[in-house]
Design a protein around this ligand. Structure first.
Ligand code: IMP
Length: 426
């Protein structure tokens, strides 16, 4: 979608995450100068397959796999420094040099070990099914004005004093939550001492870097994590993550004004998955779900948890088109449906006996909706080798046309396999 009219493009998930954004970003990053992560943290798991190698990136933008691209971790991200450096070292060990082309916002908040302890303790009572990466507690601390930011490492003396208060607060919270765990001040102090000399040289006012790139009409790709239905405002609250995963979050989390953005690509699977708890209206019966899970390799990239599987839910995607202002869709994993004789598509909902075209706000109502399904013919042929629309079986094209009509945004990409080249640009 990068062309003369679009130089600053957001890529977001338009379902519950795991839509295949990593692959799309990887394909688009070939034409980008800058790739920016703007929200979430090490809860994301972007999988990219290059040749025989598989890369799973949690904290670093997938754009890093292109040697020409500069990568930025924006202010809206919560940075898990240990995961970040482990990934950097692993990339370097695999010959993917990162020196001089990765910057971290000095305004990004740090995810520290006590956030992970708090995440685990909260899960005992809330049962959201989080990734356990400390994401919620880190964002809570940010809005509660108790966070520690990357830039704070510049004044290590003050930050040490701050840390004493933070660790004490975390330990009181752990006690309140009934956890026997306690955070160690010494461990946290040592971590910050270790981090500062590595993190500070690559920390920057990254909003300025993005602003300058946009002003120079360089190609900027804003890489979203998770999906619209996990957005803290627009998702299936409270079964959501703690950041704004929708396109509005890209402006805030990258530190640029919304007028800088001129395209938003929403990534959807040709069916639907969800990890963790919360409503999933088009969830398939277990025999069908197991088939989708097996064929699609639907196991969490971060936690390894089996994903819940169901059919394409057009009500969800229409909603995602609206709340993100999507200008295009990328449909991924079409090949996973290759063997099905019939493929149901959820077109709208019934709620308490009345038809319902929009997503209800309350989780309770969303748990009661019954999807109305339309059943389309399968194509029962491999799509893995298709590189143009015309290469697809007729029934697959009918299926995609129907998804497009029901969703209300044009399909711009179709992915038919995990490899970089298995993509159709429409
Ligand atoms: P958290 O982001 O770890 O707090 O988890 C909150 C919810 O978001 C849980 O249901 C997670 O399974 C889900 N979640 C977080 N990150 C991802 C992701 O990258 N893909 C899919 N689900 C995610």
């Amino acid at each position: 979608m990068f062309d003369s009219g679009t130089t600053c493009l957001v890529v977001v998930g338009a379902q519950w995450g795991d839509e295949g954004k990593g692959k799309l970003v990887d394909v688009l990053a070939e034409r980008a100068d800058l790739v920016v992560r703007y929200q979430g943290g090490a809860n994301a798991g972007h999988t990219v397959v290059i040749g025989d190698s598989q890369f799973i990136l949690r904290q670093i933008p997938s754009g890093i796999l292109h040697p020409r691209v500069t990568c930025i971790i924006g202010n809206g991200v919560v940075l898990d420094p240990e995961t970040f450096f482990t990934e950097l070292d692993a990339l370097d060990a695999r010959g993917i040099g990162t020196a001089g082309r990765i910057y971290v916002s000095d305004r990004a908040h740090l995810v520290l070990p006590y956030h992970k302890l708090l995440d685990a303790a909260s899960e005992k009572s809330q049962a959201i099914g989080t990734t356990g990466r400390g994401i919620g507690p880190a964002y809570e601390a940010k809005t509660g004005r108790r966070g520690i930011r990357v830039g704070d490492l510049r004044q290590l003396d003050c930050t040490r004093r701050l840390l004493v208060e933070r660790v004490d607060f975390a330990n009181r919270m752990l006690e309140l939550l009934g956890s026997a765990e306690r955070a160690s001040l010494e461990e946290h102090l040592a971590l910050l001492e270790r981090l500062a000399p590595r993190l500070l040289p690559i920390s920057a006012d990254t909003g300025l870097l993005v602003y300058r790139a946009v002003a120079a009409r360089r190609r900027v790709l804003l890489e979203g994590a998770q999906g619209a239905l996990l957005d803290v405002d627009h998702g299936t609250y409270p079964y959501v993550t703690s950041s704004n995963t929708t396109a509005g979050g890209a402006s805030v989390g990258a530190g640029i004004g919304p007028t800088a953005i001129d395209g938003v690509l929403g990534v959807v699977k040709a069916y639907t998955t969800r990890v963790g708890n919360g409503p999933l209206p088009t969830e398939a019966p277990e025999d069908e779900a197991a088939q989708l899970r097996e064929l699609g390799g639907e196991f969490g990239a971060v936690t390894g948890r089996p994903r819940r599987c169901g059919w394409f839910d057009a009500t969800v995607v229409r909603y995602a088109v609206r709340v993100n202002g999507l200008t295009g869709l990328a449909v991924t994993k079409l090949d996973v449906l290759d063997t099905f004789a019939e493929i149901p598509v959820g077109t709208s909902y019934q709620l308490d006996g009345a038809s319902c075209d929009e997503l209800p706000a309350e989780v309770d109502a969303l748990s009661r909706v019954r999807p109305s399904f339309e059943v389309l013919d399968g194509w029962r042929a491999s799509t893995a080798g298709a590189r143009r629309l015309a290469d697809l079986p007729r029934a697959a094209r009918v299926y995609l046309d129907r998804l497009e009509a029901l969703s209300g945004a044009p399909i711009r990409y179709i992915s038919v396999g995990t490899r970089r080249d298995q993509i159709i640009e429409v």
